[in-house]
Design a protein around this ligand. Sequence first.
Ligand code: F6R
Length: 240
Amino acid sequence: AEVVIVENAEAAGTLVATEIVELIARRADAVLGLATGSTPLPVYQALRTQLAGRDLSRVRGFALDEYVGLDPAHPESYRSVITREVIEPLGLDPQRIHVPNGAHATIQHAGDDYETAIESAGGVDLQILGIGTDGHIGFNEPGSSFASRTRVKTLTEQTREDNARFFDSIDDVPKHCITQGLGTILKARHLVLLAFGEGKAQAVADAVEGPLTAFLPGSAIQLHPHATVVVDEAAASRLK
Ligand code: F6R
């Protein structure tokens, strides 16, 4: 992967937003791969300014993941987060922005449905990624197959602890999620992985320079011909 070290998260946001603006200028119906969590927020923030006044009515998007069994109206469902942070501020068409369906009633075919939707859109042009402290991308926790497709996974205790900050208590963090697989993510035409802060340094070093292993799912980016890693100094501090 190409590693770009930037001064801070805001600079990373500006850089990646510029890339997205160029993509949309080339292709009005570009397909964006959207991540949630804290990491991509500076990108979405920068896009508000950089895309102001543009016609984005044809832009399409696919989120990486969703919690299973959390009411989509819950403020921390990824459907809500994507609506609040991406769809509404940028003025995207909600019909064209997809989030995996975490409802129990349809969970058996939700993964296949999502794969079909991505394929019929022609695949993802640019996939934004964060990385978990345990090395996950999407919610592909350690042990995920490099060939995996969208499916239900169990969140690790580490991830539930990391995400407890978004909920009243750790007991409210769902135990399962539905996530694009590593195989799904690898099919995107350009991967852009962002990471900020000391807490991500080991995961970044392992993903970029460590052995390819299912135990560090982020290492799958080494298989991708066009992967860009955008990090601040702290997150880059364990790179050789
Ligand atoms: C979110 C996602 C996760 C996060 C990762 C880092 O859609 O798929 O892989 O990117 O858990 O989370 P933050 O950015 O909150 O540190």
